[in-house]
Design a protein around this ligand. Structure first.
Ligand SMILES: [Zn+2]
Ligand SMILES: [Zn+2]
Length: 164
C-alpha cells in the first residue's frame, strides 16, 4: 500500500474497536498489534487456551464500505482427547470482512474471536496412535503398561463365566 506516515503512527486499540471516522480520515490503514491473551481466555473450552495472538490488519476504503483483510497468528495449548497431555501449537488464520462506512465502530475483536473459536480442535490427538489413559487406574498407557485387566462391556460375558 502507500507509504503514509499515519499508518505507522496509528495507535492500535488493544480491544480492536476501530473508529470508522479515523479509518476514513486516514484513507485506509495498515497495522499490526500483539494482543493480550486475556481477551481470548474464554474462546476455547478449558483447559485448551490461546496463549499468544498477533493481528495484522489492512483497511481499504471503498465508496460505501471499508474492506478489512486480517491475519491472526499465535500460539495455543490444546489437550489430547485421549491422554489429556497438553501440546503447544502455532496457528495462523486469515479473514476478510466488509463494514459499512456509516457504522460508528468497526469491531475487529468480535471477528477475531469468532475466527479463533472456529479453529478449536476438541478431538485433537497428541499422536494418531495415542494409547490414552487406563480407564481403571489412570496410567498413561503411552509411557507404561499398568497391568489392569480390560473391563468387559457386555453383561453376557460375566454370566457366561458364572455358569462354567
Ligand atoms: Zn495423547
Ligand atoms: Zn490401569
Amino acid at each position: 500500500m502507500t507509504e503514509n506516515a499515519f499508518y505507522h503512527d496509528y495507535d492500535v486499540p488493544q480491544d480492536l474497536q476501530f473508529k470508522t471516522a479515523d479509518i476514513l480520515r486516514l484513507g485506509g490503514l495498515e497495522c499490526t498489534a500483539q494482543l493480550s491473551p486475556k481477551y481470548f481466555s474464554d474462546v476455547f473450552t478449558q483447559p485448551n487456551k490461546i496463549t499468544s495472538v498477533t493481528v495484522s490488519l489492512s483497511f481499504s476504503v471503498a465508496s460505501k464500505e471499508i474492506l478489512v483483510k486480517g491475519k491472526i497468528a499465535g500460539k495455543r495449548l490444546v489437550q489430547c482427547a485421549r491422554c489429556l497431555k497438553m501440546t503447544e501449537q502455532d496457528f495462523a488464520e486469515e479473514f476478510l470482512e466488509t463494514y459499512s462506512n456509516k457504522s460508528e465502530i468497526i469491531d475487529i475483536m468480535l471477528l477475531v474471536r469468532q475466527t479463533l473459536a472456529l479453529t478449536e480442535d476438541i478431538r485433537f490427538l497428541c499422536k494418531p496412535d495415542c494409547k490414552g489413559l487406563c480407564p481403571q487406574c489412570g496410567q498413561d498407557l503411552n509411557t507404561a503398561e499398568c497391568g489392569c485387566k480390560p473391563v468387559s462391556l457386555s453383561p453376557f460375558a460375566e454370566l457366561k463365566g458364572k455358569f462354567k
